[in-house]
Design a protein around this ligand. Structure first.
Ligand SMILES: Nc1ncnc2c1ncn2[C@@H]1O[C@H](COP(=O)(O)OP(=O)(O)O)[C@@H](O)[C@H]1O
Ligand SMILES: [Mg+2]
Length: 301
């Protein structure tokens, strides 16, 4: 049985279908990235899993069941967390742990362990007002883990941080993922690639592809011919309309021609180049990188 099973999930605001028939699952121990550009529907999906937003269609099951209080089983770090600045880190965790009815001795011990885990062991007694953005994010991760949830959901946990802060939090999440099941959203492919085993790529409320990075590459990668020659722009303009061609990018003297099939693409391009006597300097076959796949998918929908 899957830890989380999402089936035919839908959300509509008036006429706007913000989430359209999305299916996916998460198994215990997995780290899954919900990847998509701004406005794709990531936060909406997360809020429906947490029961903060109501579904307009579909079903969300945790361990095969629908629970009244999903948040009991899920730890949540929102996209824009807010904290009481007049509390210390320890006080905040004690307050939240109290809401989860954790017994006092156990709670005390857990708070200390969590503060150590997230690297705030030395500053637990300082006011949150004195914390940097990165420290607040660490505290946010600790608060999400206080009730030992079965699933940790983080909505863009590194997006608001500077490059160093982002690196720090990613390193921390690599440690946390050893013991937790994680769903985290991001609009940055690199973060997803670095941390996760599986990706759900979404755009405009639709799930475009779902699987491990290798599966996504295998299933969706398209061949690209790089052709270099002076003054290619007339040629590339005409190529856009050819059936065999998916897309073309021209940078300087080099055209990146994405084709539907290697064999047909190669034959067609070579014969066309010969026919037109293009003075080519380079003709090379490469495969799309994950980044190119992601950009293509997100642009074409
Ligand atoms: N309360 C709301 N009412 C109407 N539209 C909304 C509401 N919340 C979100 N949306 C729309 O839903 C889409 C997805 O938003 P969101 O889930 O926040 O995307 P993401 O988190 O991927 O950036 C956007 O087009 C947004 O404008
Ligand atoms: Mg969002």
């Amino acid at each position: 049985m899957h830890l989380l099973q999402v089936s035919q999930l839908q959300k509509r605001y008036g006429d706007h279908e913000v989430v359209q028939n999305i299916d996916f699952h998460i198994n215990q121990g997995e780290c899954v990235a919900l990847l998509g550009p701004n406005g794709a529907g990531k936060t909406t999906i997360i809020k429906m899993i947490l029961d903060i937003n109501k579904l307009t269609g579909g079903q969300i099951l945790l361990n095969g069941k629908r629970h009244h209080q999903m948040r009991k089983f899920i730890g949540y770090l929102p996209q824009h967390p807010t904290f009481y600045p007049w509390m210390t880190g320890k006080e905040l965790l004690a307050f939240l742990g109290g809401l989860s009815n954790i017994e006092k001795k156990t709670l005390e011990q857990r708070i200390n362990e969590l503060l150590e885990l997230v690297g705030l062991g030395q500053v637990g007694n300082q006011l949150i007002a004195t914390y940097s953005g990165g420290m607040k994010q660490r505290l946010g991760i600790a608060q999400a883990l206080i009730h030992q949830p079965k699933l940790l959901i983080m909505d863009e946990p590194v997006s608001a941080l500077d490059p160093l802060g982002r690196r720090d939090i990613l390193e921390l999440l690599k440690v946390i993922k050893l013991k937790s099941t994680i769903l985290f959203s991001t609009h940055i492919l690199h973060d997803a690639e670095e941390l996760c085993d599986k990706m759900l790529i979404i755009n405009k409320g639709r799930l475009l592809v779902n699987g491990s990075i290798n599966q996504i590459i295998e299933q969706t990668q398209k061949p690209i011919f790089i052709i270099q020659a002076p003054r290619l722009s007339d040629w590339t303009h005409k190529l856009v309309n050819e059936d065999i061609v998916e897309s073309i990018e021209l940078t300087g003297n080099a055209a990146k021609v994405r084709v539907k099939s290697i064999e047909q693409g190669r034959e067609w391009l070579l014969s066309n180049i010969l026919k037109l006597h293009l003075p080519i300097q380079k003709f090379e076959l490469v495969q799309e990188s994950l980044e190119e796949i992601f950009l293509r998918m997100v642009k074409s929908y």
